[in-house]
Design a protein. Structure first.
Length: 558
């Protein structure tokens, strides 16, 4: 049951190594990070003997087996370890090591909403904690199992995966929270519909997990974030089933469904959800442009976002990301430079040496496509942008889920890689970009001490709104021996800079334990007090445990 197998890798697929045999790509990384060579740091195989035994009493175990059966209850060490860890950088460090303290005591798989209620009722009776798990793709410490002092059970919601209704007339779908996004999207596509939610974790993420983190997919400029598209939900709580209003367009006081998106297991286990869907697009197209610098490109995107544009995506990579990823992809392909014809064309167009890259994506009708691209094309011409056509956008779309798989390849070679994202108002965007990039370079240098190397820091604008945008930073760096301590220093520094420059703790990854402090500050003391009261009403015995709960538990009411 997991003995002698791997526990690491993005979405559990750690066997893939895109850098194997790619000597030119490895040399490229050495040059970019000022290293003489890459280290060899292979992960450890999973060792079930290193997992602490379950803390459940015999009485509790018997009660759970009686209710959920052997198919719905397990204390298997591998399953406990695998679901207790998400996909964050510190989670991956733990997955790669043999030191796996703080693992859940058991997994329970409810097969119905009432089963989920029963699990929470049993938690109150027997004194264990419960945290919901969907695809386990969270990157912000949402599970936070290691902080639970009581026996801890993970509620694996994957069995609640049925689609109960699809209405083309209402443009809604009702489905179990455990359904994975590809399965839901395929069923909708068969009816000429789409949810339009395509996060980078698309192949593992579930509907319930995405709602719980208020996720935002790569095409959200057109489709909105999941919280925008939530119609209704049913939650299992220790006090019974809570079904929100069956509609959101009503003047009946506060819309309680708004409390579900972003709740991260704080208020209950999401069992079913009704979502707004759209007609599947008749045409999909991505076009790209080079712009002389990131500031100019973002200013153009701001104007387009505030005018209303009809695009599904507006993405801007800064000069460092454009250059780093372009050179890395060439190196992976065994090329030192772009083909001569491509270089000649760009030279004729007077492309800047270190440009920013804009990719605009459209999904919808063919007539709408022409108008949307005319609009952004006009704004980018004012910025002296160089049109690159559809090839870069098509390449991005083809590989849009692939980059995270490189993380384990980098970890195998002594490198660290992490991402940080924030929503920031337009007035603060350029200041935030410079401040975070500078802070990341400086703090990595300080953690390396006398050791060789430097950081590669990249950023892109990933989602835009009339009032601001999401900045998404990527950091590749030489990994120190005390890797977790190094990460904590980097993370605390970045979050402080984000707070100082008026940014949110997270735009679409969720808060979790990693971001709970700053998220709590933004809620304010009265807001936190209201959330505490709501949680106490739904969960009087405090059996629900989640990373985001840290923002309530660390603050005492006056």
């Amino acid at each position: 049951m997991g003995d002698g197998v791997q526990l690491w890798g993005w979405l559990g697929q750690g066997g893939r190594d895109p850098l194997e045999g790619k000597n030119m790509a490895q040399t490229y990384l050495c040059n970019m990070l000022a290293l003489q060579k890459l280290a060899d740091t292979p992960p450890a195989l999973f060792d079930p003997s290193r997992i602490a035994p379950s803390r459940l009493t015999q009485k509790t175990r018997k009660s759970l087996v009686t209710k959920f059966g052997s198919d719905g209850f397990t204390e298997d060490p591998f399953q406990r370890a695998n679901l207790s860890l998400g996909q964050s950088y510190p989670d991956q460090l733990r997955r790669r090591s043999a030191a796996l303290a703080g693992i859940a005591d058991a997994i329970v798989r409810p097969s119905s909403a009432q089963d989920a209620v029963t699990l929470l009722e049993l938690a109150s009776v027997h004194g264990f904690s419960v945290t919901p798990v969907g695809g386990a793709s969270n990157v912000t410490g949402a599970f936070d199992v290691k902080t639970s002092k009581r026996p801890h059970i993970l509620a694996d919601m994957s069995s609640l995966s049925q689609i109960t209704a699809i209405s083309s007339e209402d443009q809604t779908v009702t489905a179990g929270a455990g359904i994975r996004l590809p399965e839901l999207e395929a069923a909708l596509n068969a009816r000429g519909l789409t949810l339009g939610h395509f996060p980078q974790s698309f192949h593992a993420a579930t509907l319930g997990g995405s709602i719980a983190c208020n996720g935002t997919g790569q095409r959200s400029d057109g489709y909105g974030r999941l919280g925008d598209n939530l119609v209704a939900a049913t939650l299992a709580t220790p006090r019974g089933l809570w079904s929100t209003e069956a509609f959101r367009h009503a003047a009946e006081g506060p819309w309680l469904g708004g409390l579900i998106a972003g709740s991260e297991g704080l208020l209950g286990l999401i069992c079913t959800a009704t979502m707004k869907v759209r007609k599947a697009p008749a045409t999909t197209e991505d076009r790209a442009w080079f712009v002389r610098d990131f500031r100019t490109a973002c200013d153009a995107v701001q104007r387009v976002a505030q005018d209303g544009h009809g695009l599904a995506m507006l993405r801007v990579s800064d000069e460092n990301e454009t250059g780093f990823l372009s050179g890395f992809r060439l190196a992976l392909a065994g090329r030192a430079r772009a083909p001569l014809l491509e270089r000649a064309v760009l030279a004729l167009k007077r492309a800047p040496e270190r440009p920013a890259l804009v990719i605009a994506g459209y999904e919808g009708s063919r007539t709408g496509r022409d108008g949307a691209f005319r609009h952004i094309g006009s704004e980018l011409r004012k910025a002296a942008a160089i049109p690159l056509g559809t090839r870069p956008g098509a390449a991005w779309r083809k590989g849009r889920y692939e980059l995270p798989f490189l993380r384990e390849s980098l970890l195998r070679r002594g490198l660290g890689v992490d991402t940080f994202e924030t929503f920031v108002p337009w007035t603060q965007l350029h200041q935030m970009h410079v401040a975070v990039c500078d802070a990341l370079r400086q703090i990595v240098t300080s953690t390396l001490g006398a050791n060789e190397g430097r950081a590669a820091v990249m950023c892109h604008l990933s989602h835009s709104y009339s009032d601001g945008a999401c900045l998404y930073f990527t950091l590749v760096f030489p990994r120190e021996e005390s890797a977790l301590q190094q990460w904590r220093i980097i993370k605390s520094t970045v979050m402080a800079v984000i707070a100082e420059n008026g940014g949110a703790a997270s735009h679409h990854h969720g808060a979790g334990a990693d971001h709970a402090d700053l998220a709590g500050v933004h809620k304010g003391e009265l807001g936190l007090s209201a959330l505490k009261a709501l949680r106490a009403s739904l969960d009087p015995d405090g059996v629900l445990v989640s990373g985001i709960g840290k923002m309530l538990d660390l603050r005492k009411e006056g």
